[in-house]
Design a protein around this ligand. Structure first.
Ligand code: P5A
Length: 440
């Protein structure tokens, strides 16, 4: 992508209405713009990051055996009356009337809709277990939308729903998602500690939040230092190893971690003082096992192996996809701007010409850009006729993992400068090796 043809409004000054670093950087680096309170337009840079996160979440769900579909954002009030949540949900739900005075709502979550879809199609235990998911926009009319996309009113969520014949099966589905979450966050370049959670309005007795540690987080957290040495990828664990999944869950549950809502002073006192860690954190995921709460109230039944009717046991599993953009920035930035983990960076390489008015520099940069693009190396090429220093500043702000800087002196000698955004390390190398560095 050439900056001269992109839509990349970068701001030099810190916007006055942003309080936390990720919100400031998302505005300054041109990722989003607020269009109404708690509602954001995703500009090209932000949209690319959002799609990368979404794709990693999708791949890890698929590996865990979940099946993707897409449900609409708008739902009928009648659906929510079946579970009894239409009245219970309160003012967070955006309620709308259509031209026929029919009550609809912008979905804050999809338990009701997936339960109805499943109920209307599935008849037999042979079609269980299933975990279905979608990645779809939600709306919650939060009292205090704040911190940018971190607590928006419209936000993107991955929500998965599991259906099992019995509690044992449902627990296995829950443990499966627990592992999928550890792997998802690991791939996104962040550590999200699973913490015992209160299940809130969704109901159920088994629930974990996944918390990224950051001083600006909304929840206060308490955890055992063992989580600092935890094996996040669990590379040897297979999804078909039920005992292994249970062992992972037992390990997570027996290692103390809690938010202020579930913190238990008596158990905390059992953690050695030099291993007690406290801080603040951002909730990027939340998983629930709620048994038959929705299946029973909405009349979902399947015939069991012995012919009797069985009410499936369910769980739901959320990841805040748009919130993750902010959370990753909170966890990965420096004074100059964002430092993207490679897996979610909007582009891999940022190319800068120090002199946009020097024909030899421009020719060399155009040539390198064409070759990088031909090799599918995602490159943002700042080809504007701007001062070199200004362009370097905005590259640092945007935070791509690698910068390739071409100037008249280097180009005359056939070289470019390669900078690692995270370490700041710089290296002079030939234009050919610069290309080979990313294409070989
Ligand atoms: C689980 C999936 C649920 O809604 N139903 C379907 C369950 N859980 S949750 O905890 O309420 O939300 C899941 C994740 O969505 C993110 N999130 C938000 N992100 C941005 N702005 C918001 N206002 C917002 N509310 C929730 C969080 O990451 C949460 O963990």
């Amino acid at each position: 992508m050439r900056v001269s043809r992109c839509f990349l409004p970068v701001m030099k000054e810190s916007p006055a209405d942003a309080q936390i670093v990720s919100h400031k950087l998302m505005l300054r680096a041109g990722l989003v713009r607020q269009t109404a309170a708690g509602i954001y337009a995703w500009l090209p840079v932000g949209w690319r990051v959002l799609q990368k996160i979404e794709q990693i979440v999708r791949e890890e769900q698929d590996k865990a055996g979940s099946v993707e579909l897409l449900m609409p954002t708008l739902q009928s009030a009648d659906l929510w009356r079946q579970s009894g949540r239409y009245d219970a949900y309160g003012p967070e739900m955006l309620r709308i009337k259509d031209r026929h005075e029919r009550e609809i709502l912008y979905g804050p979550t999809n338990e009701e809709m997936i339960t109805a879809l499943f109920r209307d199609e599935v008849r037999s235990y042979r079609e269980l277990p299933r975990t279905l998911y979608h990645i779809q926009w939600k709306f919650r009319d939060e009292v205090r939308p704040r911190f940018g996309v971190m607590r928006g009113r419209e936000f993107l969520m991955k929500d998965a729903y599991s259906f099992d014949l019995d509690e044992g099966g449902a627990r296995n589905s829950y443990y499966t998602q627990l592992l999928a979450y550890l792997r998802t966050f690991q791939r996104l370049g962040i550590k999200a500690v699973p913490m015992k959670a209160a299940s809130g309005p969704i109901g159920g007795d088994l629930s974990h939040e996944f918390i990224v540690l950051a001083p600006t987080g909304e929840s206060e957290v308490f955890y055992d230092a063992a989580f600092e040495e935890f094996d996040w990828s669990q590379a040897d664990l297979r999804y078909d190893d039920a005992d292994g999944l249970k062992a992972l869950f037992d390990q997570v549950s027996s290692t103390y971690s809690a938010t202020d809502e579930t913190h238990d002073e008596a158990r905390w006192a059992g953690v050695a003082a030099d291993r007690q860690r406290t801080g603040r954190g951002i909730e990027v995921g939340h998983i629930f096992y709620f048994g038959t709460k929705y299946s029973a109230s909405m009349g979902l039944k399947v015939s069991g192996p012995d012919g009797s009717m069985v009410t499936p046991e369910m769980g739901s599993y959320g990841i805040g996809v748009s919130r993750l953009v902010g959370a990753i920035i909170e966890a990965s930035h420096d004074d100059a701007g964002i430092v993207w983990p490679e897996a979610v960076a909007p582009w891999k390489v940022g190319m800068v010409t120090m002199r946009g008015d020097d024909p030899a520099t421009v020719a060399a940069a155009d040539d390198l850009y064409a070759k990088l693009s031909a090799a599918n190396v995602e490159t943002l090429y700042d080809d504007r006729d701007e001062r070199g220093g200004v362009k370097l500043g905005s590259m640092d702000l945007i935070g791509l993992p690698w910068q390739l800087v071409l100037g008249p002196r280097g180009v005359a000698a056939g070289t470019a400068e390669l900078k690692n955004r995270r370490t700041g390390e710089k290296q002079e190398l030939s234009l050919e090796s610069a290309l080979a560095r990313f294409t070989a």
